[in-house]
Design a protein around this ligand. Structure first.
Ligand code: SF4
Length: 420
């Protein structure tokens, strides 16, 4: 093996893979069998995230950054003058096993540019996973990227070896895709999603009847959307996300702030800031939809098509709906408690539990660990030492931001200074 060449390939193909954020390793229950190598369940996977929420515990590489397509937003696009490289199937297998044995990684995230055609590429991705599972007896986590336009048969096979499959929709709207990737067909993204959804349902149903039916993509499927490459509003992005969650049973939709690396008059100019705050607000919105019982139309609609950057989406919603507050924490149901800014679901459960024994006052709520600087404007309890009823939403917002240690305070202060 030529180690220098492998090192060079690794540096090129790991760098090219960094724009893909859809690599969370949660959700798989694959266990080590037959004295195999690795275990993606429980302690077998170390969930390691960077500060902005990106998973770093997997060997994350492209099989190749050669590509026959020329998507404007992609660093691997055909007409971009960059160093190209391609791994052989066995090289990826060996790297994964060696890195796993050295405890550097917990699994593999493998994507690829499209070389020759979608089937040729997908077949090679599947071969890596198949070799790892069948020849190396590898039970660690494998996330395979599905190649748009590949055959149903390859998608079926992929799910038998991978824990998670993902196909990145990349541009949230059909019109945006047409503008930036005119050679691609929206249907080529949808078809594999539909296939994976149906296979998961079918394999689960068969397993109930025939116990030794293999599991199919046990960690489900995910997708990623680029934020800020085209002019979509947050409403457009989140309505698309809701569609993918509900229609294709997505486990996760990831949002990736566009990093301007290419000169192209269809894209934001080089040097434009990566919209990290916007990306963060989209993740918070996604969380509110999946775990807090919000409907997307409450958070984003015709009158409010974009999320506030300076405050989180729940606080923003509460300030627009002051008629719902204050909520009495001693009597409100779970859904209503979950809508109080500053209360996470853990706090909601603690409140429900604690109020079985006493009527809660401010001291009790502080002891539970509630972020009172935000929550106190939106609730009442068995204390009378705080009155918020006559405050205007703008006043509440300003008081919260002034008292907050939030990283967004700087942003807000800058905004205020514009009016001084
Ligand atoms: S097909 Fe994929 S790898 Fe190729 S240019 Fe488009 S986004 Fe990049």
């Amino acid at each position: 093996m030529n180690f220098e060449r492998i090192k060079e390939k690794l540096s090129i193909l790991a760098d090219a893979a960094k724009y893909d954020v859809s690599c969370s390793s949660s959700g798989s229950k694959r266990t080590n069998t037959n004295k195999g190598l690795g275990d993606s369940s429980g302690m077998g996977i170390c969930h390691s995230y960077t500060e902005d929420g990106r998973c770093v515990s997997l060997l994350k590489i492209l099989l190749t950054n050669h590509c026959i397509f020329d998507c404007a937003y992609c660093v691997s696009r055909k007409n971009n003058d960059i160093k190209r490289a391609a791994f052989k199937i066995q090289e990826v297998v060996d790297l994964t096993i060696n890195f796993y044995r050295r405890n550097y990684i917990e699994g593999l995230f493998l994507s690829s540019g499209i070389f020759h055609n979608p089937d040729y590429t997908m077949e090679r991705l599947v071969s890596v996973a198949k070799k790892l599972r069948l020849e190396e007896n590898f039970n660690g986590y494998i996330h395979l990227k599905s190649i748009p336009g590949c055959s149903d048969e390859l998608m079926r096979e992929a799910g038998l070896y991978a824990d998670r499959l993902s196909i990145n929709i990349e541009i949230p709207t059909v019109s945006g895709l047409k503008l930036l990737a005119p050679e691609k067909d929206h249907k080529d993204f949808i078809k594999p999603m539909e296939k994976v959804k149906n296979e998961i349902i079918q394999y689960k149903a068969e397993k109930k009847i025939i116990k030794n039916t293999p599991v199919y993509a046990p960690a489900g499927q995910s997708t990623q959307m680029i934020v800020g490459a085209t002019g979509e509003s947050d409403k457009d992005i989140m309505y698309s996300a809701v569609h993918y969650y509900s229609t294709y049973n997505m486990k996760r939709v990831y949002y990736s702030g566009y990093v301007p690396v290419l000169e192209d008059n269809r894209l934001p100019a080089l040097g434009t800031e990566v919209p990290m705050l916007r990306e963060n607000r989209l993740y918070q919105t996604d969380w509110l939809l999946r775990f807090y019982g919000f409907d997307v139309r409450e958070l984003l609609n015709q009158n409010h098509p974009n999320l506030d950057i300076d405050i989180d989406p729940k606080l923003s919603w509460a300030l627009r709906n002051m008629h719902m507050f204050p909520v009495d924490v001693n009597t409100a149901d779970k859904q209503l408690l979950a809508r109080i800014p500053g209360l996470g679901m853990k706090s909601v459960h603690k409140i429900i539990n604690a109020r079985k024994y006493r009527r809660l006052n401010w001291e009790n709520l502080k002891a539970i660990g509630i972020a009172m600087s935000r929550a106190k404007y939106f609730m009442v309890c068995n204390s009378s030492d705080f009155e918020s009823r006559d405050l205007e939403p703008e006043r509440i917002k300003s008081m919260i931001l002034q008292s907050s240690q939030s990283k967004y305070q700087k942003f807000y202060n800058q905004q205020l200074s514009l009016f001084n």
